[in-house]
Design a protein around this ligand. Structure first.
Ligand code: PRX
Length: 642
């Protein structure tokens, strides 16, 4: 740590922030507890995680905390049995949390629905009974293509309750993307909605589903359960399509919870990688539950009176771990919002914080930058005094955005926790704690029980302050259990790059105090508004267009979204006679990618080229294109590339 004299100087310059005395006094994890957690985790990491597992209820205890005999296919809590839903829901109906609000939801138009733990329990049971009646049982896949509405939470829990695996496809993904995930997973049932509201528009989700189901693999999605959210006139095809409310009407509010093995899959989440196809990250019941519960209780410092407002859609890992499972596992009250964060105007999120008395606000740098653009007058109009903790995730939060968030949302009174983690890690890995000294722009230290390091390409630690690859040296309970149907891909993507350690795919540095600073991705994955998108996936989508002969995609900086895509295209000469000009071609290609991949695939510009720079073996040299684009010196080619 800095010496007292330098610390004083840094405090004055607002480069570090000390926790307020009240935060320390009230924290679940006080400085002495944190020191003890680090001591135990260092001396005996498995004992540390076993202690965390003992905070939850199990049907049967584990034979060992970790089975690493078949590394890197680590098995956490082998022999243990239970179900995450028992801890997230069932047990609450026997304790004081029974009548506490589990979920508060607001629709974009301002409509509000609230569920106590007991009410949520009964609704989940009804859907669980209905799923069983539809023939869904242990190990079956149930696909969820749902917007942020209460039934989404219900469906996640009901699937888990009957032992099924939910395959969540974020509602912004395209029909093609949904069709592929349905075909890959052979999901028996698809749960979706007629639509939802966003940005003042009524989005017809069911039409996308109908398009996806045309041409889906044989037995996938035999039944489609449709939540009536908007009441729009949609096409219901009998006998395939059933309304959720019709289905639940007759069902019992009691349903048995399937007893699962700790390693049994709980959900799949598709995410982009460096290949042309997304991969499905798999998380299991036991380890994921321990990671989500422990980090939510300690990092988010959860209190019985908290209202936790997480802006992430449940269709992403943040929505899973800190929007649904973490909060419910700790008996917290969680707030979910359906619509656009700036609708009808830029004070929507501050207005939600004020009206519901949110105490924790967990969001993304893109959202913070959007709020910054509209200016502090919007949060200033609102009473944000209930807030006591702020969090950020998904992208680098610059010191400038950190300060704005701290001052204008947190009123210089709430710690800002910039948490680093991934779909794969399942839980926060690097993060300050509320009692930590904070450094704007840094994601803090590795949490207790997390062995993170910055290394060179051979796996050797680099000195403090020097950039390198971010790796995790030992397994952790929230880790993915694998990639669906792709054992070799799991090993290759995460464990073979630098033998013996988990390769996160990020470039980072660690300072003298052990604080990490994330510098960006080390691979060809873009981070557009916090959403991962592989350049190869966008290129594959472009190449599927009849006027594209070759395509290369790079990320370029964007003031709000952090990064957007730019495409370099070698066009098929046929376009000249079909379209009026290059602008028409560019907008057609942009629209095509949007349709293929969904609205998160934002292409800012399309540049036509005669050819693309390639290595001798034919690989596209994206870094050459990027250097040219940013006006930087073109890096010399390595031996292999020349
Ligand atoms: O590059 C890192 C970035 O987001 C990636 C993980 O993306 P995803 O699996 O979609 O999960 C996002 C939400 C957990 C990481 O490899 N990332 C995540 N958190 C941060 C971050 N970059 C900088 N700072 C963060 N706090």
């Amino acid at each position: 740590m800095p010496t007292p004299a330098t610390l004083d100087a840094l405090l004055v310059e607002e480069r570090v922030f000390r926790p307020a005395p009240a935060t320390v006094i009230e924290a679940n994890v006080k400085p002495a507890d944190l020191a003890e957690a680090y001591r135990l985790a260092e001396a005996d990491p498995l004992a540390f995680w076993e202690k965390a597992a003992l905070e939850l209820e199990w049907h049967r205890k584990w034979d060992a905390v970790l089975d690493a005999s078949n590394a890197p296919f680590h098995r956490w809590f082998p022999g243990a049995r239970g179900n995450i839903v028992h801890n997230a829901l069932d047990r609450h109906v026997h304790i004081w949390t029974k009548n506490k609000l589990a979920l508060i939801w607001e629709g974009e138009a301002g409509d509000c629905r609230k569920f106590t733990y007991f009410e949520l329990y009964r609704e989940v049971n009804r859907l669980a009974c209905a799923l069983r009646a539809l023939g869904v049982s242990r190990g079956d896949r149930v696909c969820l293509y749902l917007p942020p509405i209460p039934e989404t939470v219900v469906a996640m829990l009901a699937a888990a309750k009957v032992g099924a695996v939910h395959v969540f496809v974020f509602a912004g993904y395209s029909a093609k993307f949904l069709r592929e995930r349905l075909s890959d997973s052979r999901a028996k049932v698809l749960v979706t909605a007629d639509g939802f509201y966003r940005g003042g528009r009524c989005i017809n989700l069911k039409a996308v589903v109908d398009e996806a189901l045309d041409g889906v693999a044989g037995d996938a999605a035999e039944t489609v359960v449709v939540v009536r959210r908007t009441g729009a006139d949609i096409d219901m095809r009998e006998p395939r399509d059933l309304y959720y409310h019709d289905l639940l009407r007759q069902e019992s509010p009691e349903a048995a919870t399937e007893i699962m093995e700790a390693g049994d899959p709980l959900f799949w989440l598709p995410t982009s990688g460096t290949t042309g196809r997304p991969k499905s990250i798999v998380h299991g019941h036991g380890g994921y539950m321990v990671g989500a519960h422990h980090t939510f209780r300690t990092v988010f410092d959860i209190k019985p009176t908290d209202i936790h407002f997480c802006t992430a859609d449940p269709g992403w890992i943040t929505g899973h771990t800190y929007g649904v499972f973490g909060p419910l596992l700790t008996g917290a009250s969680v707030f979910l919002y359906e619509g656009h964060p700036l609708y009808p105007q830029a004070d929507r999120l501050p207005s939600i914080i004020e009206r519901y008395g949110a105490t924790i606000f967990y969001t993304t740098p893109t959202l913070i930058r959007m709020l910054m653009r509209y200016g502090p007058q919007y949060p200033k109009k609102r009473d944000l005094s209930t807030l006591r903790l702020l969090g950020s995730v998904g992208e680098t939060l610059s010191p400038e955005a950190w300060m704005w968030f701290y001052k204008h949302i947190g009123r210089s009174n709430c710690p800002v926790l910039d948490t680093w983690w991934q779909t794969e890690t399942g839980m926060a890995m690097l993060s300050p704690m509320p009692i930590s000294v904070l450094k704007p722009g840094s994601v803090g230290k590795a949490l207790p029980g997390v062995a993170a390091a910055v290394v060179d390409g051979q796996g050797h630690s680099v000195p403090p302050g020097q950039g390198g690859f971010l790796v995790l040296k030992t397994p952790w309970p929230g880790m993915l259990t694998g990639l669906a149907g792709d054992e070799a891909g799991y090993k290759e993507a995460y464990w073979d790059k630098i033998p013996g350690v988990y390769f996160a795919g990020d470039v980072a540095r660690r300072d003298e105090d052990g604080y990490f600073w994330i510098q960006g991705r080390a691979d060809d994955v873009l981070n557009i508004a916090g959403h991962r998108l592989g350049t190869a996936e966008i290129e594959a989508a472009l190449c599927a267009h009849r006027f594209v002969a070759e395509a290369a995609v790079i990320g370029v900086p964007d003031k709000i979204k952090g990064e957007v895509a730019k495409a370099f295209v070698v066009a098929d000469p046929a376009w000249v006679s079909a379209l009026p000009d290059a602008d028409a071609l560019a907008s057609q290609l942009r629209e095509h990618v949007r349709r293929e991949l969904g609205p998160i695939a934002v292409i800012r510009a399309v540049e036509l080229r005669q050819s693309l720079p390639r290595t001798r073996s034919g690989k596209i040299l994206r870094r050459v294109l990027k250097a040219e684009e940013l006006g930087e010196p073109v890096p010399p080619l390595s031996g292999e590339e020349a």
